[in-house]
Ligand binder design. Structure first.
Ligand code: FE2
Length: 345
């Protein structure tokens, strides 16, 4: 008997009926909706068992004949420019083109990273769980996308440029040459951030009123805390390339905040030592939460232990959010004009 289920098109009706019975919202499926398949892995294990099958010839795959084949040349772009009519139908050509260009950069980065991972015999986690999760869409108003994407692009810029500059000054820590690519890579992120900055400036209502100030602070806090907590869980990487994780993060947070202050109407007072103390307390709480998750306790006991810690984390977050902000922003500044230093003097 197969131990895992194979879900193909024939099974879709059954799966839909199961979902309806379980009361979950049904995903609207069309013929073009990508489907996810799983199979009988025990049988696959047998089929690829070298004792039964001999050694399957993997040399053909490993040679990677097309490693340097997929290089774009002008012919493709020229052919696309010549294409007219229904083949090129778009709802809004400007938006479509900009997002196409951004996704070109992001796909190139992801593809490059994936190639790098293959040098370590690793690949992005494209397991069924993460793929099916990616299909659930959460509604986000455009202005929230603008704030959040602006911040994440600028974070990308400051993280990559900081690592690049550090390794340029300390080449002994350059354990893998992918970091040499970070200088141009971060300029892509900077351009993406610049685009969202322009979008926000064009919609000054997103930058001018009291709601904009509260949202700006909220998104700054979410992004900074997420980065700090995540990185403090992966200190081995940062220390492996000669960085102190917390110092690196604080430097990046300060720089992003200064950049963001050129456009957001209010930013957090991250250079106030109390802000860092709060971040460090959140790291301690988060470490305790992780330890509970990894313990052998019963699920109910784990949840009981989590309650006071989650309450403590929320109270640190609220306290950080309520710290007096730094008034900032202008829709008139050039993209790289320093500003925060003047504002806090
Ligand atoms: Fe980007």
């Amino acid at each position: 008997m197969p131990t895992r289920r194979f879900l193909g098109r024939g099974m879709m009706a059954v799966a839909a009926a199961e979902k309806k019975r379980s009361g979950k919202t049904e995903i609207k499926e069309t013929l073009l909706t990508p489907r996810f398949y799983t199979t009988d892995f025990d049988e696959m294990e047998q089929l690829f068992n070298t004792e039964i099958n001999g050694n399957p010839n993997q040399a053909e795959f490993k040679t990677d004949y097309n490693q340097t084949h997929f290089v774009r040349n002008p012919e493709l772009k020229e052919a696309a420019d010549r294409m007219r009519g229904p083949l090129r139908k778009k709802t809004n050509p400007v938006v479509a083109e900009i997002f196409f260009l951004m996704s070109r950069d992001e796909a190139r980065h992801a593809g490059f990273l994936n190639k790098g991972l293959s040098d370590f015999n690793l690949a992005f986690d494209l397991g069924l769980g993460s793929l099916t999760k990616a299909r659930k869409y959460t509604f986000f108003k455009p202005k929230f996308i603008f704030y959040a994407t602006y911040l994440s692009e600028k974070i990308g810029y400051w993280r990559y440029i900081t690592i690049y500059r550090h390794l340029k000054a300390n080449p002994g820590f350059e354990v893998y040459p992918v970091f040499k690519y970070f200088e141009n890579w971060c300029q892509d992120e900077n351009r993406h951030g610049g685009f969202f900055s322009a979008l926000l400036k064009a919609q000054s209502q997103f930058l001018s009123d009291w709601k904009a100030k509260l949202w700006s602070q909220f998104f700054c806090l979410s992004v900074y805390v997420t980065m700090y907590l995540n990185d403090c869980q992966r200190t081995a990487f940062y220390e492996g390339i000669g960085l102190n994780t917390k110092e690196f993060d604080i430097h990046v947070i300060n720089e992003i905040n200064r950049t963001t202050a050129r456009i957001f109407p209010a930013v957090l007072d991250v250079e106030n030592p109390e802000f860092k103390r709060k971040l460090d307390r959140m790291v301690e709480i988060n470490q305790k939460l992780i330890a509970i998750g990894e313990s052998q306790d019963l699920p109910l006991v784990k949840n009981m232990k989590r309650i006071p810690l989650i309450a403590a984390l929320v109270s640190e977050l609220v306290a950080a959010y309520l710290m007096p902000p730094v008034e900032s922003g202008s829709v008139d500044f050039a993209d790289f004009e320093p500003r925060l230093g003047v504002l806090i003097l």
